[in-house]
Design a protein around this ligand. Structure first.
Ligand code: A3P
Length: 303
């Protein structure tokens, strides 16, 4: 179980925490890849449910939805712990804390597992055990903005610098977890040979009930309409923002600083319009067209 306390990150760990290194060709937080064996040889269980995303695609949102589903919509049960303990983050390693793998090994089945790994770094055992795997994707522009603000909040991520610089790094795929394009396309391709449920943040925003029904169907679960409505309400941006078991407010400011921007920041589709300049948008669209050429994957940048 992760329990964050003030001043728990030592100065000597900061440099390590800020380092992003190339790991098997993917920029990754040095801390997370230093001891990769436990992740590479992770022992999946047949009833594990994996939630995979590129950072800022709505991971926490869908984590809360999944925990609600697995607890039959029981709000009290979903208040039992913070979201990062209910749905542990597989590849995370924080100095002085149990790793994500350590946490997961102690978790009772069925486990809900969060990961941001690109497809080629996923442990084989999830495929071998035929686990249910849900991927959530969000349009590249909103992810860029959300990731920029997140970098400002999280001590363990490199200083993003001004927006223009961060956007360039993001477009070059040098930020932690690498290229958004490679991530979303890699998982989309995998879907052709393995039954992944591939969801979109924008669809969830547009009609959460419809998308939660898709999740239920995929997980072969049934819930009454009443419970479904309860889940929609409880996982709405407004309600989740106030839920301390989901909004990361349990993490002290010196690790995740929410004084200027909240983790639950805006929760919208299309906020990028408030941040991209006309020139940035043009350059982005040009790169986007090149990178997405030939894929059947389509995103909406507004709903
Ligand atoms: P913004 O920064 O655009 O507001 P992740 O959980 O993958 O880190 O993603 C975080 C993003 O999802 C943030 O986006 C956050 O506000 C948004 N988010 C979290 N819960 C949400 C909800 N219930 N509805 C809509 N968006 C949500």
């Amino acid at each position: 179980m992760l329990k964050f306390e003030e001043n728990m990150i030592k100065d000597e760990d900061i440099e390590m925490l800020h380092s992003v290194v190339s790991f098997r060709g993917v920029p990754m937080a040095k801390m997370n890849v230093e001891n990769w064996e436990p992740v590479e040889y992770f022992q999946a269980r047949h009833d594990d449910v994996v939630l995979a995303t590129y950072p800022k695609a709505g991971t926490t949102w869908v984590s809360e939805i999944l925990d609600m589903i697995y607890n039959g919509g029981d709000l009290e049960k979903c208040q039992r712990d913070t979201i990062y303990n209910r749905v542990p983050y597989m590849e995370i390693r924080i100095p002085g804390m149990p790793s994500g793998v350590d946490q997961l090994e102690l978790l009772a089945s069925p486990r809900l597992i969060k990961t941001h790994l690109p497809i080629q770094l996923m442990p084989e055992s999830f495929w071998e055990k035929k686990c249910k795997v849900i991927y959530v994707a969000r349009n590249a522009k909103d992810v860029a903005v959300s990731y920029f603000f997140f970098h400002q909040m999280v001590k363990a991520l490199p200083d993003p610098g001004p927006w223009d610089k961060f956007l360039a790094d993001y477009m070059n795929g040098t930020v932690s977890y690498g290229s958004w394009y490679d991530h979303v396309k890699g998982w989309w391709e995998k879907r052709k040979q393995y039954g992944i449920l591939y969801l979109f943040y924008e669809d969830l925003k547009e009609d959460p009930k419809r998308e939660i029904k898709k999740i239920l169907h995929y997980l072969e679960k049934e819930l009454s309409d009443e419970v479904l409505e309860k889940i929609v309400h409880h996982t709405s941006f407004q309600v989740m923002s106030k839920n301390d078991m989901a909004n990361y407010k349990t993490i002290p400011n010196d690790i995740l600083n929410q004084t200027n921007t909240a983790f639950m920041r805006k929760g919208e589709a299309g906020d990028w319009k408030n941040h991209f300049t006309v020139a940035q948008n043009e350059a982005f669209d040009n790169q986007y067209q090149e990178q997405m050429l030939g894929t059947s994957l389509h995103f909406r940048t507004a709903i």
